[in-house]
Structure formats: structure tokens, C-alpha cells
Design a protein around this ligand. Structure first.
Ligand SMILES: NC(=O)c1ccc[n+]([C@@H]2O[C@H](COP(=O)([O-])OP(=O)(O)OC[C@H]3O[C@@H](n4cnc5c(N)ncnc54)[C@H](O)[C@@H]3O)[C@@H](O)[C@H]2O)c1
Ligand SMILES: [Zn+2]
Length: 372
């Protein structure tokens, strides 16, 4: 088996590490930075605090990133960067703020709208402003990935853009920033970590380094997510989930995600289910489907996690979702046959072809009928 591993992001991890943003920017030789964040951190005062603690290195805030950021937000953020002549970007928030900042830090160096590259297959230019990513969820792992997931709400399209230019220069993971996540956000973003690790492992593009990272991240999620959800002030659980998140990010950014992420896009777009919860909805289903793929390598993985079989691991994922108050079906949506057909159609996303077992429309239809 031939493989290549690359991880170009400098990773700084630890409680309080956010206080070193200024030093990290100075080490990159950056000045006149823009802080990109979401309304929660603007109203909590943290965005303003980071700017004032930066001693003039950060000079502005773009605080309007919404969950599942729209392509128009990227264009608006890029416009601010251009108009103010910002020299680098700090992204503070969950995957949404990070992804918006990544795309804006690239597109600001062109005359294009990000729409030119979203879901079109057109390659992004590699040039970009330096980006320091400071995640506040655990999480998407976006701080170490070359992916930016954007939505074009006007055209009903949610899709990742992949570009080497999206790797942040530095990821600063401060577990303290996740303490304020409410239980529902902890649960949804935490199950996303499990999806990244498992999908990275069983993906067609799997490779040994990412496999090892996936195993470590899965162990942490099965041990600490329930604790972080039950008691948000459990510092050890928060720290371990922050670790799981960044490690899972490294486990999937090269192999890429698979069927659960493909199915999440219409579930989020059409039915407003948060990203992690939408991915988690089908994770146990696809674990069972993928159990025998590639000579049963998932069986060995399940055993290393302490499960007798893939079936038992899938049962544990289902049970974990129930304990975290996450969806295990779509019954409350009273889906019509047309709506199920639409879910099947839009789930046919490139990530689906990265699943180790071929997923047919008949399989998707059966799955959605079971969930509905
Ligand atoms: N780039 C990648 O590699 C990658 C990977 C997976 C998912 N994603 C994308 O990331 C987005 C989801 O990101 P997310 O799950 O991190 O959530 P998010 O960034 O959308 O945030 C969800 C909500 O939680 C709030 N929040 C975030 N951190 C908080 C904190 N510490 N305290 C209180 N509230 C907080 C936000 O204000 C927001 O209202 C989706 O668009 C998804 O498709 C990207
Ligand atoms: Zn995800």
C-alpha cells in the first residue's frame, strides 16, 4: 500500500493558549489582522477582548458568521478584508466561523465571488492570507483541515470546497473556549468528532497515520463525550474532547469523509438539523453496512475500541445518541414520499463515492424510510 501524509498546520494546544494569539501572529510576521467570529462571541465580549489584548495586531472584527455559513457571508468578509487592507485573519468560533474565514482569506486576493468555486469543481487559487484558527467547539477539526464547507442558501446547495490554501498557518486549541457550549451544541459537535474519526478510518482513502489518529479520537469520544455533555464544567472531559476534535480532524482531512457526511448535507439544508447531529443520524447505519468492507478491517478497529463486533459498536453509537438527546430518527418531520425522494437525490454527493461499500439509491431510500 502506498500512501502520503501531510499536516502543514502548527498546532498549539492548552488551556489559556488563546492569550498567545499575538505572539503567534508576530512569529508569522503578520499585522493589521481581522478577527472573524459569530454573533455569540461578539455579544459575549470575547471577540472585543481578544482584539484589545492583541496590542493593535488585530484591528477589526467581522462578527456576522451564521451556522452553515452562506457564500454571501464569505464575499462580505472578503470585502472587509480588501477595504481595510487586512494582512491576516484570526478565526474564532465553531466550524462555521473557521470555514467562512478560510474561504474569505483566499477569495479576498481575487476579484471573484466564492460562488465561482462552490460546488463547481473549479480549483481555488492557492494564494491566501495567513490564518490563525481558534476553535470554540469540539468539533469540526476545521482548524487542521484543508476544507471549507459553505452553503448557497439561494440555490439550496451545501458543499465542501477543498484547497491546500485552506490549511491554517496555526491552530490554537484552547479547551477553555469550549466551556460555554450548551449541552445541545456539545452533543451535536461531539458526535461530529466520532463521524470524522470513523468515516476517515473506513473511507476509501484511508492510510495508516490517519487510522492511528482515528482510533485515538474514537477512544476519547466514547470515554469523554457523555461526561462533557452531562457536566459542561468537567474540565478533564472538555480537554479530552478538544483533543479528540483536532485529532479526528487530522484523521479525515486526507482520507475525506463518506456516506454519513454526504447524507448530512440535505438533512441540514432542507430540514435544519445541526451538522453533527445530521451526520450522527446515519453513523450507526453505515457502520453496519460497512462492517464487512475490505476484509473486515472495521471489525478489528471495533475490537481495539473494546467492542465484540461492529454490530456492538453500532449499538453503542445508537445508545450514545439517545443518552445525548440526539436524533435517532426523522419521525417528527412527517416526511412525504416526495421529501424522502429528495433526500435520496441530494445525498448523492461526491463523499458518498468515498464510502467503502457502494451505496445505491435503493439503499438510501430504504434507510430514509426506516428513519421516517
Ligand atoms: N472545515 C471542515 O473541515 C469541517 C468539518 C466538519 C464540519 N464542518 C462545518 O462546520 C459547520 C459546523 O460547525 P460547528 O459544529 O462547530 O458549529 P457552528 O460553528 O455552526 O456553531 C453552532 C452554534 O454554536 C455556537 N457556539 C460555538 N461555540 C460556542 C461556545 N464555545 N459557546 C457557546 N456557543 C458556541 C455558535 O455561536 C452557533 O450558534 C458546518 O457548516 C459544517 O458543515 C466543517
Ligand atoms: Zn463534520
Amino acid at each position: 500500500m502506498n500512501w502520503e501524509y501531510l499536516q502543514p498546520v502548527v498546532i498549539k494546544f492548552g488551556c489559556g493558549i488563546r492569550k498567545e494569539i499575538k505572539a503567534a501572529a508576530e512569529a508569522l510576521g503578520c499585522e493589521n489582522g481581522l478577527l472573524v467570529s459569530d454573533p455569540f462571541f461578539v455579544s459575549s465580549g470575547l471577540a472585543e477582548q481578544l482584539v484589545s489584548e492583541s496590542d493593535g495586531i488585530l484591528t477589526g472584527i467581522f462578527g456576522e458568521v451564521s451556522p452553515n455559513p452562506d457564500v454571501t457571508e464569505v464575499d462580505a468578509c472578503a470585502k472587509v478584508i480588501k477595504e481595510k487592507g487586512h494582512g491576516f485573519v484570526v478565526a474564532l468560533g465553531g466550524g462555521s466561523a473557521l470555514d467562512c474565514a478560510k474561504a474569505a482569506a483566499s477569495i479576498c486576493l481575487t476579484d471573484d465571488s466564492i460562488r465561482k468555486y462552490h460546488g463547481t469543481g473549479e480549483a481555488m487559487p492557492k494564494e491566501h492570507l495567513p490564518l490563525i484558527a481558534v476553535p470554540t467547539t469540539a468539533g469540526t477539526g476545521s482548524e487542521v483541515t484543508c476544507v471549507s464547507v459553505l452553503t448557497d442558501h439561494a440555490n439550496g446547495k451545501k458543499s465542501p470546497i477543498v484547497s491546500d490554501g485552506f490549511y491554517p498557518a496555526v491552530a490554537m486549541i484552547d479547551p477553555e473556549l469550549t466551556y460555554s457550549m450548551p449541552p445541545k451544541v456539545t452533543a451535536s459537535t461531539g458526535i461530529d468528532v466520532l463521524c470524522h474519526a470513523l468515516e476517515g478510518f473506513w473511507s476509501k482513502g484511508h492510510q495508516p497515520v490517519c487510522d492511528a489518529l482515528a482510533l485515538h479520537a474514537c477512544k476519547l469520544v466514547f470515554t469523554y463525550l457523555k461526561r462533557a455533555y452531562t457536566d459542561g464544567s468537567d474540565k478533564e472531559a472538555r480537554e479530552k474532547m478538544a483533543e479528540a476534535s483536532v485529532i479526528a480532524g487530522m484523521a479525515f482531512t486526507l482520507p475525506k469523509t463518506t456516506a454519513s457526511h454526504a447524507c448530512s448535507f440535505p438533512l441540514t439544508n432542507l430540514h435544519h438539523i445541526p451538522h453533527g447531529e445530521a451526520c450522527g443520524l446515519t453513523l450507526d447505519y453505515f457502520a453496519r453496512i460497512n462492517a464487512g468492507a475490505e476484509n473486515g478491517r472495521l471489525q478489528k478497529f471495533a475490537e481495539e475500541l473494546g467492542f465484540e463486533s461492529v454490530e456492538k459498536m453500532a449499538d453503542a453509537i445508537y445508545q450514545l445518541k439517545k443518552e445525548l438527546g440526539l436524533r435517532t430518527d426523522l419521525k417528527d418531520l412527517s416526511l412525504t414520499e416526495d421529501e424522502i425522494a429528495e433526500l435520496v437525490r441530494i445525498s448523492r454527493h461526491p463523499n458518498l463515492y468515498n464510502n467503502p461499500v457502494e451505496i445505491t439509491d435503493e439503499m438510501l431510500s430504504k434507510m430514509y424510510h426506516q428513519l421516517a
